[in-house]
Design a protein around this ligand. Structure first.
Ligand code: COA
Length: 241
């Protein structure tokens, strides 16, 4: 069986490809495990400076969790335990390096939730983004109910979570869910160009700036400013040598 995740490195840039194109890159348990390994490689490999997530095939970044596996875990308790032991989305959110999601076609459920764990999202004009879980009698559980309202206005997040209806790329751009929309044939070129811009910046500065923004979002302004002051001091350390 081919790997469900492809991990390729080229000059500081890591491409992580969701690789189950025949099922629209649905995220099954095996892909979760391989994504976990890829996230650890990103965390631990000093050669990796920036990451781009993408989906294999023409039709989707990912159509979400593999619905054919729903209800197949040995027991509810077992599947809860597996999730606690391996908090994949928590691990990706904790990565200090900049993460870019390059979205085309369907980006649904855990697919868009993975992209919401990234720092920047670039979409092709054919992208359709949504959280269809409620239509299955379920709720988003790869962080979407929490991450989405941190990126788009709460009313927009509520509309997407409660209706489950997908939005198109232009609408996602208007809401700020993606930062750029490009023609399909230029998606990876544009994502790579963005990654190269980031790689031309100081790695320590990028890491500290990412941390300042993400941790600061959880803090009252005064504490956020104090955090920024602490991190800015750390950014100065290389200049003192
Ligand atoms: N899990 C498992 N398999 C999936 C899948 C998913 N989330 N999404 C798509 N697939 C599979 C289909 O079963 C189909 O497999 P088959 O060719 O063996 O029958 C293949 O991918 C192609 O999908 P298909 O449904 O035929 O394409 P479509 O163009 O008619 O519809 C979607 C595309 C995305 C609208 C539709 O596949 C869909 O609604 N998928 C489920 C999305 C979802 O609910 N995700 C969240 C889960 S919590």
């Amino acid at each position: 069986m081919p790997d469900t995740i492809l991990f390729e490195k080229a000059g500081g840039l890591a491409w992580v490809t969701l690789n189950r194109p025949r099922t629209l890159n649905a995220i099954n348990m095996r892909m979760r495990d391989e994504l976990w390994d890829a996230a650890l490689a990103v965390r631990d490999d000093p050669d990796v400076r920036v990451v781009i997530f993408k989906g294999a095939g023409e039709r989707a970044f990912s159509a979400g969790a593999d619905i054919s596996e729903f209800g197949t875990a040995p027991s509810y308790v077992e599947s809860r335990r597996a999730r606690r032991q391996r908090d994949l989305w928590g691990l990706i959110l904790s990565l200090e390096k900049p993460l870019i999601a390059a979205l085309h076609g369907y980006a649904l459920g855990a697919g868009i939730e993975l992209a919401l764990c990234c720092d920047l999202r670039i979409a092709s004009d054919d992208a359709r983004l949504g959280l269809p879980e409620v239509g299955l009698g379920y709720i988003p559980s790869a962080g979407g109910t929490q991450t989405l309202p941190r990126h788009v206005p709460p009313g927009v997040a509520m509309q997407m979570v409660l209706t489950g209806d997908p939005i198109d790329a232009a609408t996602a751009l208007r809401y700020g869910l993606v930062q750029r929309v490009v023609p399909r044939e230029r998606l990876y070129e544009e994502a790579e160009s963005l990654a190269r811009t980031l790689m031309s910046r100081g790695p320590l500065a990028l890491r500290l700036a990412k941390r300042a923004v993400l941790e600061g979002l959880e803090l009252p302004l005064a504490q956020g400013l104090a955090l920024e002051r602490r991190l800015a001091q750390r950014a100065l350390i290389p200049f003192r040598r």
